[in-house]
Design a protein around this ligand. Structure first.
Ligand code: KIV
Length: 345
C-alpha cells in the first residue's frame, strides 16, 4: 500500500512507455556516514566518483560506488572552462538534482562552488542548506582550511549538515596557489596538509579529500585522523579514492581536456573512442539512408487506415503528400516483410 502510494505521487515515474524513464527511487538503502566509518575501521577502501547528470549518476549507482560527488569539476569537464571558478551555485544545484534522480544508493555529496561560502558563515550555511533542500544532496564538500573555512565548516555542521573537507591542491584557490600545483612537497607544506586536515576534523567534518600530495603526506594525514581520507593523486595509503568520471573513463579527447588530464589518473576505459566511433557510424548511416531501417521503424498503421488517410489527404488537396504516404507505406511493408523473413531464417 505504501509503495503504491509512493509510486503514484512520484512525478518522475513516467506513464507512457515510448521512452524508458527513471526507475522508482528505492527508499532506505542509501549509503550512510556510519557505513563509511565501518569500512574505514575494517580497512576496506571507500570508493568515490564524480557525476554531473542523470546518466552518469545511474552508472555510478549501478557500479556500487559508495560516494557520488557532484563536483565543481563540472565547470571544466561538462562546461569546458579552464578552471572550476566560474560555475555558479544555481547551476551546481541543477547538476545535483539530476544526479539525485539517477543515484538512489551512494551517499551524495554536493561541492559548494567558489563564491558560495567564503563571505560569511551564514552565506556558507545558506548555500549548504540549498544543496540539501533544492539539490537533494546528503552532504556538502568545501575546499580549504583557512580560519574562515573552519568557521564555515563548523557552522554548517551545527546546522545539521554533514561536511566533507578538501585540502592539498584546492582548485578553487589556484589564484593564490599559482595554478594547479601539487602541495605538501616541502616540510612546511606537508605539515600544513596534516594540520589543516586535523583542524577540519575538529570542526566536525566526516571525511577529508586529500588532493595532489605525496603519498607519505597522505599516509601521515590518514593515520593522524580518525575520520576517513579520500585521495586523488595522493597515493594508495588513504582510506578511499576518488576520480573524476570523465577522466577515469577516458571520455574526453578534445584539445582542452587533453591539456588538463591529470598525471595521476588511470583511464579505466576509452569511452571517448567508443563515442567517436558510434557518432561517426550514425552520421554515415543517416547520410546513406540505411538508418532508420525496418528494425527501427516500429509504428504501424493498418492498410485500411492508410487508405482512409490517403483519401483524406486527397480531399485536402494534398495529393503529393498522399503519393508520398502511399509510397512510404509500400516501402515500409516490403522492407518490414524482408526483415521478418531475415529474422525467421
Ligand atoms: O570537483 C571535484 O571533482 C573534486 C574532486 C576532484 C575531489 O573536488
Amino acid at each position: 500500500m505504501f509503495r503504491w502510494a509512493a509510486r503514484r505521487w512520484m512525478s518522475n515515474v513516467p506513464e507512457g512507455a515510448v521512452y524508458g524513464g527513471p526507475r522508482e527511487q528505492s527508499l532506505g538503502r542509501r549509503v550512510t556516514l556510519g557505513q563509511l566509518r565501518q569500512k574505514q575501521r575494517r580497512g576496506e577502501a571507500i570508493t568515490m566518483v564524480t557525476a554531473y547528470d542523470y546518466p552518469s549518476a545511474v552508472h555510478v549507482d549501478r557500479a556500487g560506488v559508495d560516494v557520488c560527488l557532484v563536483g565543481d569539476s563540472a565547470a571544466m569537464v561538462v562546461h569546458g572552462h579552464d578552471t572550476t571558478l566560474p560555475i555558479p551555485l544555481d547551476l551546481m544545484l541543477a547538476h545535483c538534482r539530476a544526479v539525485a534522480r539517477g543515484a538512489p544508493r551512494p551517499l551524495l555529496v554536493g561541492d559548494l562552488p567558489f563564491g558560495s561560502y567564503e563571505s560569511s558563515p551564514s552565506q556558507a550555511v545558506d548555500s549548504a542548506v540549498r544543496m540539501l533542500k533544492e539539490g537533494g544532496m546528503d552532504a556538502i564538500k568545501l575546499e580549504g582550511a583557512a580560519p574562515s573555512r573552519i568557521t564555515a565548516a563548523k557552522a554548517i555542521v551545527e546546522a545539521g549538515i554533514a561536511v566533507m573537507g578538501h585540502v592539498g591542491l584546492t582548485p578553487q584557490a589556484i589564484s593564490v596557489l599559482g595554478g594547479f600545483r601539487p602541495q605538501g612537497k616541502t616540510v612546511e607544506s606537508a605539515i600544513k596538509v596534516v594540520e589543516t586536515a586535523l583542524a577540519l576534523q575538529k570542526a566536525g567534518c566526516f571525511s577529508i579529500v586529500l588532493e595532489c600530495v605525496p603519498a607519505p603526506v597522505a599516509a601521515a594525514a590518514t593515520k593522524a585522523l580518525e575520520i576517513p581520507t579520500i585521495g586523488i593523486g595522493a597515493g594508495p595509503f588513504c582510506s578511499g579514492q576518488v576520480l573524476v568520471y570523465h577522466d577515469l573513463l577516458g571520455m574526453l579527447q578534445h584539445p582542452h581536456h587533453a591539456k588538463v588530464t591529470p598525471k595521476f589518473c588511470k583511464q579505466f576505459g576509452h569511452v571517448g573512442d567508443a563515442i567517436n566511433k558510434a557518432l561517426s557510424e550514425y552520421k554515415q548511416e543517416v547520410e546513406s539512408r540505411s538508418f532508420p531501417g525496418p528494425a527501427h521503424t516500429p509504428y504501424r498503421i493498418s492498410d485500411a487506415d492508410v487508405d482512409g488517410f490517403l483519401n483524406e489527404l486527397q480531399k485536402m488537396g494534398l495529393s503529393e503528400a498522399a503519393t508520398a504516404a502511399a509510397a512510404a507505406a509500400e516501402n515500409v511493408e516490403t522492407a518490414g516483410r524482408s526483415s521478418e523473413d531475415n529474422n525467421c531464417s
